[in-house]
Write a protein that binds this ligand. Structure first.
Ligand SMILES: Cc1ncc(COP(=O)(O)O)c(C=O)c1O
Length: 447
């Protein structure tokens, strides 16, 4: 690689990375050495002043621009000078109540009751617990490839990579079933000829041979699988699935942590499939850059017994102030945001589909709104996943000023802030395409 490849490998970055390696527990660091320093709008800068176009939204957190808006930061600063933390689950305070009311105004009819926490995993922990309390049933169904968090309860639901679960099982109260990953159907079927064989499977096996449906509290699903590889189910999938769940009074939990909050152009990503869930969870973008998890239940489910769930920081006033400012912005501009996401999503998806046509290593291009991805393969015929080629594309794009994230076995996500102007979106896609083109040539030589 040329001079650009020095990004992250000279200046202050290597020293910080060495210190990090010495004191931090290993997590999930990317192959490139990005040491964050500052950013705004669609741009982010590393510690050595290198600028990148952000196609990651810092893991889907900055839906409305890197470091959020002036209004969000001002609201956080003002609230911080009054009172940051008010022990909201013990004492009362107005801002979290107002924020819950505002959130409810975006929800389907009949919603709801709100619980605040600090992350996606906690939002899902609460959803599992509430669903079991509401139904007085003990099992949860989740999907292979699904990602719901890394604390014990949500980890039981997560089946994205076995390393995440290692040494922590068994998880006896969760049943995993195949997700409609039609590009690589786990049941070797073809949609739509399959007639949703994966739903028949749920009825025929787990719900008849493994557990009585009357013991199942809920099924949890991401509307679009995120960490699992940006997998979009067929349009009618959730409608068909919901019929089965309703037959047995099994609740549907929609994990909107990554796909929700306007990412697909809709406030709730499940709305893309015309289905109303019973419980929704959110995090990531809802906090506008600060930690906030939300669990919202349908009012008809009632309430939980006092004392059965709470936390220390949920409803933190400084966090809520920023979240409220951001939600007020969404409220005022919802139609415009939806239209812009649809327009930009169309532009980007068309480019990705063209890349899929042109390059042997781009097996699939998919997504809704600005939750987009390409799946990298050795060749289109075998569809063999190619994580090594994906890494080369990520590294090359990084060297040329584009920050992205992988997902699944060999997928690259394209999730810029929803506010990205067309020219930066196009510039980022150009950088990505050049990296793909280069990797495609190298891969052809080896074929
Ligand atoms: C769909 C989904 N659910 C839950 C989580 C867990 O969120 P957190 O990392 O905030 O615990 C994530 C994180 O990536 C996610 O994508």
């Amino acid at each position: 690689m040329g001079k650009e490849s020095k990004k992250g490998n000279k200046g202050k970055a290597p020293g910080i990375i060495a210190r990090d390696n010495a004191v931090m527990i290993k997590t999930t660091r990317e192959p490139y050495n990005f040491v964050a320093d500052h950013g705004s709008e669609e741009f982010v800068y590393d510690i050595d002043g290198n600028m990148f176009i952000d196609f990651s939204s810092f893991i889907s957190v900055y839906n409305f621009g890197v470091n959020s808006s002036d209004a969000v930061r001002k609201a956080i600063a003002e609230q911080s000078s009054k009172l940051m933390h008010s022990a909201f689950t013990d004492y009362y305070a107005e801002p979290p109540v107002k924020f819950a009311e505002s959130l409810i105004s975006f929800m389907p009819k009949g919603f709801g009751r709100v619980f605040f926490s600090n992350s996606g995993t906690e939002a899902n922990e609460a959803a599992i617990k509430f669903s079991r309390i509401f139904t007085k049933r003990n099992y949860t169904i989740a999907f292979y490839g699904g990602f719901h968090g890394r604390t014990k309860g949500s980890l039981a639901l997560t089946a994205s990579k076995s390393v995440q679960r290692a040494y922590n099982g068994p998880f006896p109260d969760v049943i995993h079933v195949p997700f409609p990953y039609c590009y690589r159907c786990p049941l070797k079927q073809t949609y739509p000829d399959c007639g949703f064989a994966c739903i028949d499977y749920i009825k025929k096996y787990p719900l008849s041979k493994e557990v009585d449906p009357k013991e199942v509290a809920a099924l949890i699903s991401e509307p679009i699988q995120g960490e699992g590889g940006y997998i979009v189910p067929p349009k009618d999938y959730f409608k068909e699935l919901k019929k089965v769940l309703d037959e047995h009074d099994i609740l549907l939990i929609s994990d909107e942590v990554q796909a929700g909050y306007m990412r697909t152009g809709k406030f709730l990503a499940m709305d893309n499939f015309g289905v109303k869930a019973d419980i929704y969870t959110m995090a990531k973008s809802v906090g506008a850059g600060l930690p906030l998890g939300v669990t919202i239940t349908d009012k008809r489910l009632g309430n939980i017994p006092e004392g059965s769930h709470a936390n220390t920081f949920g409803g933190n006033l400084a966090v809520i102030a920023g979240a409220q400012a951001q939600l007020d912005h969404i409220s005022r501009n919802k139609k415009k945001i939806s239209e812009e996401v649809a327009k930009k999503g169309k532009l980007a998806k068309k480019r990705l589909e063209e890349m899929q046509e042109q390059y042997e290593i781009v097996g699939d291009a998919r997504g809704i709104g600005l939750m987009l991805a390409i799946e990298i393969v050795r060749d289109k015929g075998t569809k063999q996943p190619a994580p090594d080629i994906r890494e080369k594309i990520l590294m090359e794009s990084f060297a040329n000023g584009l920050l992205m994230l992988p997902a699944g076995e060999s997928t690259i996500r394209i999730i810029p802030p929803l506010t990205i102007p067309d020219h930066s979106l196009t510039k980022g896609l150009d950088i990505l395409e050049r990296a793909i083109s280069k990797a495609n040539v190298e891969s052809a030589k080896r074929r």
